[in-house]
Design a protein around this ligand. Sequence first.
Ligand code: ZN
Length: 304
Amino acid sequence: MACGIEFYRRKKIVGLGGSEETQNFTLFLNNLFDTLNRRYASEGITKSSNDFKILENAEVWLNNWEQLLHDSKISPNEFLTCSTAEGLRVTLRSSIELCRYLLYDCGFNYVLTGKMNQNPLETIRQQKLSNLKLKVDLLIDEDSWKANDIFEDHNYNEATALNCIIYYATGYVTKKIIKNTSCILCLNALKNNQKYVDIPEAELANLKSKGGLTHPNIHLFHFLTKVEESFATHCQHKNVFDLTVDDVLNFPILFPCNEHKSQVVSSILTNYLIMRMRHFAVQENRKEKKNSREKKKIAKLVST
Ligand SMILES: [Zn+2]
């Protein structure tokens, strides 16, 4: 394609004048797609492969382009949508890291990026989820769980900021689940229709909602508080999800709908943990960025 543009421009074809940038762009994307789509051993990515350079350059290109938006030099519709930019960034970074890991840590001779896809991960996730449902199923008591009798034994004078956030997050997760369920029993268990909840943990939710937001069921809040505690002890581990789930399966939880209990509780748990892991990753990235900024500053100080 890029060659075609050049060929016809040289032939002075009308409409192709000044098409050098288009040609470069086409070449760039073409190379990038090739890099992400290696299928045969002979073209596989190796340690000395130019493909690493292509992927890294693409990251720089994306960042520079985005910087123009941050500096208000271009308008939002001259950049990718947020989710596209983020998706592309994740693809580039994870391809680089996965290739490096396989080549340097696992001793692969070459990597075929065209064979990478999310399906195996998805299968593992599905398996984990069904295991989780099974376990939760055994765990949950069928005792009745009413939204309104829950605040009685509450007697806190003040809540920590963390508790307020967990309370708020519980409401958020609940809202997501409620959207996907039509079972009256489940809905009654999940919903708490009070507009203002007078416990200290609800402060943030009360503030944010101005009376309109979902307050979570207090059992759920207590459950996720325990989940959070467990998450905090495992968050530095690679398999934080599994470790936390293993812990969590020791906590008792009640849910009134026999038919959907394992599904609902598993879903609440996975939603919460995924949200939490994302948040944790963002925090860690920020820390790392700050560290490298500081290192650069020090380097500058030293060199001048
Ligand atoms: Zn139900």
